[in-house]
Design a protein around this ligand. Structure first.
Ligand code: F6R
Length: 621
């Protein structure tokens, strides 16, 4: 249950476990958050067993009901299965199983696999505990050897019948200490303990118990017992064990006295930015990115950068675009990962694709990376989760050191992503000779002042929180920004939508008079991100935009620099941020918007960390 709690960020509309004791499986499920399953287990009483599988669900096929919750079982109840991902040929398989007389109690694609596995298990005619090309399954007690072998062979055959992405974990009543697992395009890692082993879709699930972990490769089959792990490769051969470095100290995954993870993570931003910036210079002051295993000659031939990401990570990409184009004079496109590959994008060996992802497991982004690499592009991943699928599938990885982000709404990952993509931009400028070393040092010096300035913004949070509490009854909030303030407006609006369930839209301030201004009526709340007055051509225009909405009755909340008094006349409330270079302003301006959304949602009594309908990692397309 502790492991499931750590994975709850992946989905929390229902949950369930199966526990295997001698000759019997007990399955307990509950709709809603994990706490409901805990209560349900309390009524069942203590369960004993030698192995268990568990799942928290984010509904794809069928509503969040107890029947649709995992584990799913075979008709005889002897076999239990949990599944992440989507089985794309589930409809066809369902039809053929129905024709064979199988009945279904759920609407899920997972139950199809449970029946398929049971069918293959019963049809297994071999003896013994070998699988693949005679690979012997280790650590299985003699009385369970036949069952474990049959289950592993059944899983092997089932895999070849499935299309789509999946991680599957199964157990059988007659082999209660054995878990058989398989993965294709969905994550699965193994944790190695002493007389205990673990499987998780993220190492976080078992980081409390062990930090020794093994990767499971694409299409590999795994048999885990308390004392042994057997991995079988795609061709049925024994697979080489690949160890994973896990560096998450598990005490970093607690609220540390904060009421919510989101508040804690907003307040961790100074450290997240500083850690992402740390140790990037060599003795001579050159920016070094050892982890960027792409030779400088290749980076010098790059003629286009495409940033691919989703949601908040894509907004970080939009911010990065302004900086990379300015510093490196290379065209930068920013594309939502799920749109990218269906657009037939122009990508070749001279394209540098930058994939930005907190989790490193977003399926849309993974698919876009694969598409880009097939076309010959080099892919640099900017990820927060070491060892994640995206980091493994990219040519190079630039880690954001934000630490685990647990709240569903992304905050510290966003500012760390901007920081990391800026480092990448400066590195490209250095390698390609667009900037001299002293210029780059100057940019980095100014960037290193940002953590202190973010701390300053956080100290001023009370005005933001007070303002938020007065707006709990709003139905709509508009965000405006220009230049790098535009993606900040989009991000501010997304935060409010996802945790406070208030309709919010971010617009480019210049776009206002091309349509959105029609939305402004008496009392409409508009939040405007004002650029520094040291960029008068930008500043002047945004101040005019504030006047335009104000003239039409809007209630204006303005994010502006200290000392910028020109906004006072048109702003109902001003959230102040310390002066900073234009390109770095998003790292400060977004902070009050995060605090605002968090406080407003809290004041509405909502679950800030786990908003409805969402999951932290979107592991299906
Ligand atoms: C919003 C949010 C999402 C993610 C998006 C990408 O607060 O968290 O929009 O940014 O789902 O996720 P990652 O970065 O894990 O690829």
């Amino acid at each position: 249950m502790g492991g499931l709690a750590r994975l709850e960020y992946r989905g929390y509309d229902s949950a369930g476990i199966a526990v295997g004791a001698t000759q019997s499986l007990t399955v307990v499920k509950a709709v809603g958050k994990l706490a409901n399953l805990t209560s349900e287990l309390d009524t069942v009483g203590p369960l004993e067993g030698r192995a268990a599988i568990g799942h928290t669900r984010w509904a794809t096929h069928g509503q969040p009901t107890t029947a649709n919750a995992h584990p799913h079982t075979s008709l005889d109840g002897d076999l239990a299965l949990v599944h992440n991902g989507i089985i794309e040929n589930a409809t066809q398989l369902h039809a053929s199983l129905l024709a064979e007389g199988y009945t279904f109690v759920s609407d899920t694609d997972t139950e199809v696999v449970a029946h398929l596995l049971a069918r293959e298990f019963l049809a297994d005619s071999e003896d013994g505990d070998t699988v693949g090309h005679g690979v012997e399954i280790e650590g299985v007690p003699e009385d369970a050897a036949g069952t474990a072998g049959a289950l592993a062979r059944a899983m092997n055959r089932v895999m070849s019948q499935l299309d789509g992405a999946f991680t599957l974990l199964a157990m059988h009543a007659e082999a209660p200490g054995v878990i058989v697992a398989a993965r294709r395009s969905s994550p699965l890692v193994i944790g190695l303990g002493k007389n205990e082993n673990f499987l998780g879709s993220d190492a976080l699930a078992f980081s409390e118990h062990t930090q020794r972990a093994l990767e499971v490769g694409q299409d590999e089959l795994v048999v885990v017992t308390p004392t042994a792990v057997t991995i079988i490769g795609v061709e049925g051969e024994p697979a080489t064990k690949k160890f994973l470095e896990i560096d998450f100290a598990h005490d970093r995954v607690t609220k540390d006295g904060w009421p919510t993870f989101m508040e804690k993570e907003i307040n961790e931003q100074p450290r997240a930015i500083a850690d992402t910036l740390a140790d990037r210079l060599d003795a001579e002051g050159y920016l070094t990115l050892d982890e960027l295993r792409i030779p400088s000659e290749v980076l010098r031939t790059v003629d286009k950068v495409i940033i691919i990401a989703c949601g908040t990570a894509a907004y970080a990409g939009h911010v990065a675009r302004y900086a990379i184009e300015h510093w490196c004079r290379i065209p930068v496109e920013v594309e939502l990962a799920h749109e990218f590959r269906y657009r037939d994008p122009v990508v070749n060996e001279k394209t540098l694709v930058v994939a930005v992802s907190q989790s490193g497991e977003t399926m849309d982004t993974i698919m876009a990376i694969r598409h880009a690499r097939e076309q010959g592009a080099r892919v640099v991943a900017v990820v927060n989760t070491p060892g994640s699928t995206i980091s493994r599938e990219s040519d190079a990885v630039l880690l954001t050191h934000a630490g685990p982000e647990i709240a569903v709404a992304s905050t510290k990952a966003f500012t760390a992503q901007i920081t990391a993509t800026y480092i990448l931009g400066l590195y490209l400028a250095q390698v390609r000779g667009n900037k001299y070393i002293d210029e780059i040092q100057d940019y980095l010096d100014k960037l290193s002042e940002i953590p202190g300035k973010v701390s300053e913004v956080l100290k001023r949070g009370e005005l933001v929180r007070m303002t938020a509490r007065t707006l709990v009854d709003e139905n709509s909030v508009i965000y405006l920004g220009r230049h790098v303030g535009f993606p900040v407006a989009l991000e501010g609006a997304l935060k409010l939508k996802e945790i406070a369930y208030i309709h919010a839209e971010g617009f480019a301030a210049g776009e206002l008079k091309h349509g959105p201004i029609a939305l402004i009526e008496e009392g409409q709340v508009v939040i405007i991100i004002v650029p520094t007055p040291r960029r008068p051509e930008l500043h002047r225009k945004v101040v005019s935009n504030i006047q335009e909405v104000r003239a039409r009755g809007a209630r204006t909340i303005v994010v502006a620099e200290d000392g910028d008094e020109s906004v006072n006349e048109f702003a109902e409330t001003v959230f102040r941020v310390p002066p900073t270079p234009t390109l770095y302003a998003p790292l400060l301006a977004v902070v009050p918007l995060q605090v605002f959304a968090c406080e407003l949602a809290t004041a509405k009594g909502l679950d800030v960390d786990q908003p409805r309908n969402l999951a932290k990692s979107v592991t299906v397309e």
